[in-house]
Design a protein around this ligand. Structure first.
Ligand code: HEC
Length: 215
């Protein structure tokens, strides 16, 4: 197949290429806003691209001028509609684990713990409350990835073991880098959005709790 032939094909699929472009950008923006893990990009793009490209390849080899925008878009829509239920069967993100609590910091007061639980336990504890949408892929993958990564950095429910990230607790709150922006986006988790008075109260409480800052 030569370059001219490729150009001809692109010409006959102009509208399709525009639709693919728009869908890709929309998917990318959505994924970035919710903090999609790499597996999400690979699986979703893969499940749509592979059948669509197989169809295009077959049509080109058959060389019957059957490759039209209408047919291409039909195959694309069908791939998307099939992909959505198929990805629900992926096991990743379905466990909703909450291992036993083996130890917590010696919180300076119940209020300190309460504020930490509101803002941070959604990812850094073994008391994660999984919302109903956490059962629907690809959002379930997003939640699973954030909880797994958060617990790996610091798990305030396993404070009997050394938690490497713990001494940065106060720092990340002061910087405003935790909780991550995506956590409270789209009106999600309003309880985690602390007022400036609550933030100050939390920081004071954490200063009086051992093991949560570098000094
Ligand atoms: C949506 C889940 C989520 C929530 C809620 C959350 N974190 Fe995190 N946290 C993460 C993830 C993911 C990482 C690792 C990636 C990163 O550093 O951005 C992390 C990293 C950290 C680290 C390690 C930083 C480092 O540089 O090693 C600390 C400390 C931390 N978080 C504290 C907190 C505190 C304190 C809160 C509450 C005010 C909080 N996090 C809320 C997901 C979360």
């Amino acid at each position: 197949m030569n370059f001219r032939r490729l150009l001809d094909i692109a010409q006959s699929l102009k509208a399709s290429l525009v639709v693919v472009g728009i869908l890709s950008i929309a998917f990318l923006i959505f994924s970035l806003l919710v903090g999609m893990p790499p597996i999400g990009y690979v699986l979703i793009v893969g499940f749509v691209a592979v059948p669509t490209l197989l169809y295009v390849g077959r049509s080109i080899r058959a060389d019957t001028n059957k490759l039209t925008d209408a047919r291409f878009l039909l195959v694309l829509c069908a791939s998307i509609l099939v992909m959505l239920p198929v990805i629900q069967a992926v096991p990743y993100g379905r466990a909703h684990s909450n291992p036993p609590i083996t130890g917590e910091p010696q919180w300076s007061s119940p209020r300190t713990r309460e504020l930490m639980a509101r803002a941070c336990f959604g990812c850094h504890s073994n008391e994660v409350e999984y919302p109903s949408y956490a059962s629907v892929a690809p959002i379930s993958w997003v939640v699973e990835a954030h909880v797994a990564e958060g617990r790996e950095k610091v798990n305030y429910s396993e404070f009997d073991q050394r938690q490497r990230g713990a001494d940065e607790t106060i720092e990340v709150i002061q910087e405003g880098s935790m909780p991550p922006a995506y956590y409270t986006r789209f009106g999600r988790h309003p309880e985690a959005k602390l007022t400036s008075a609550e933030l100050q109260e939390l920081i004071d409480g954490l200063r009086a709790t051992p093991g949560l800052s570098e000094d």
